[in-house]
Design a protein around this ligand. Sequence first.
Ligand code: CA
Length: 700
Amino acid sequence: MPAWLPLAAAAHAFAGSAVVDGAHLRDDARAADWASDGRTYSEWHYSPLREIDASSVQRLGLAWSLDLDTLDAVSTPLAVDGVLYVAAGLSVVHAIDAASGRLLWRYDPEVAKVAGVKLRYGHGVRGLAFWKGRLYVGTKDGRLIALNAADGSLAWSVVTTEPGDDRTISGAPRVFNGKVVIGNRGTEEGRLGRGFLTCYDADTGRQLWRFWTVPGNPADGFEHDALAMAARTWTGQWWKYKGGGAAWNAITYDPDFNRIYFGTGNAAPYNWKIRSPGGGDNLFTASILALDADTGAYAWHYQTVPGDAWDFDTAMDLQLATLAIDGAPRKVLLHAPKNGFFYVIDRANGKVLSAEKFARVTWAERIDLATGRPVEAPNIRFENGPSTFWPGPIGAHAWQPMSFSPRTGLVYIPRMEMPGYFSDRGIDPKTWQPIPGAFNTGLESSAGEPPEDWGTSALVAWDPVRQRPAWKVDHPGMWNGGTLALGGDLVFQGLGDGTFNAYSATSGARLWSFGAGAAVIAAPISYLAGGRQQITVLAGPHPSSAGAFGAVVAKFGWDYRRHPRRVLTFVLDGKAALPATPAPGVAQPLDDPALVLDAATEEAGRRVYAPYCTGCHGIGAISGGSAPDLRASAVALDRAGFRAAVRGALESRGMPRFDELNDEAIESIRLYVRARARAAIAGARAPGAAPPRPVPGGAG
Ligand code: CA
């Protein structure tokens, strides 16, 4: 090859030289690639690369950007041999030359055509897996797809959910020993769900094993022995409500023990009086499970939240580390779930070695290390009326990845603090039934909107040995990006305010910041392209979950229609400019002065809007960015046009259809939106001082 070829071209010529296999993925020191969601089996979200460090980061600039035609941009990319792989929105996969930003291929699984009711639920995709030249991605409609990385052609596809269920996939698969595992979500929606994790042959897609996380009806027999143990922790006829325990996010392969660890979600429905009226721990919800990686056989479990009553998913990162505990090295898991405790857990047997609060926590006083159980606060289970608790159902830490630096020994947690308010007034546990196609918790839905200034957040550097913060940086508002730690002793994090920032890993001092032109909720990665260290992150309007918070995130001004979903790549001395990007600005509601609106009309509409529309269009019809702000939408000014949209006219663009809503119900929603628009123009807030109803937490 001629010596004058730019390094980028040289790197491209060698594309395909790295074999991503078990040896590659277990090598924490190998720095060139980012070939798994957390980079290696350790799930650290850490790159040993050191070209970008505290002394050079001021020179960091944009190498290139690429705006995507997708619904959201919250996913963690992969980088192998100088090629970036980015899945975004409805699992549209892109291969991009990492040095130039040139799109190499794009694969669209056309989810909107087949998802049906599932189009209503949860996030777009959050990540990919790579193994021996193939990419693996899940879809909202429930497929696990294998693509040939060279050209994006389909290798195989399997449906990993059950026919007619409400399960969707947003999390990243993991690959080990020639096997690929994937879970799913859907324990708050429709008919609710019963969690499972499934393992397939990475070459062929043949199913190897499936691990169910909660017991079904004992009369049908149990799929594995551990479920007989689990069934003793449930009461009543729990199987009628499926039970929850979704494996929707964290999965970690541990080569030291040849085990899989995964965290399960909340118990379903949230209201324990419905699903398990006699109480009980409700295994294996809100639990970490360890399975034999080859057979899927149960090894151990640890339940962070017995008898969950607060949507405390424990599906957040499970990082592998070896820490000096009481002077001896211990192989441990590091885990900071929604419930606000930071856990250090012995990988050999699942025993909790330590657990301390990394955020404001009121639901429990402490974790009793002798039993491993939380010491709950009195009256916290809304036994005798409404309960306000910290953290709320959004969690002190949601799905946005935390990172661990083996150099500093610190874990960098994207922390959030916002209370929850659960009440089951007016709910009869004996007769309650989920509404098909809607958000279902078994709790009362209240009228209040969260005030704009609700919710705080911080980047917390946590010392897992001493179980205390090393430093903390407060951020504006709430709902930010995952973190990346570098060998150059930097931590990168994007924020909901649209900045992408670098901090000193040892002090928290902010050393660099970039305006991305949209919220940065995804986690960054770092890798080599053309022999140089690069950093890539996705940006876009707030996705589902955060979008439902309405004013809390809407104040940042990222608009579903106006703002881009984009890939940003940075390099030292990068000089590229962002394309022209609209300035942030809050939605401008439109009024129809001819409409006669009153409080009764508004309340009737809210009752239809709340279970069907809140998850995307936001509490109080204030969109946080995951769907258009209906108050400012011309479509919602027109009765016939609005009805057509709700009936499926915009389905190919991601707006689900609601065939079960009759004309009267649809018009009722529209009048609610019109009333909220008029109120916003008048500068008024929603009636009722009640705290907000719970919204979909991190499980989205
Ligand atoms: Ca959940």
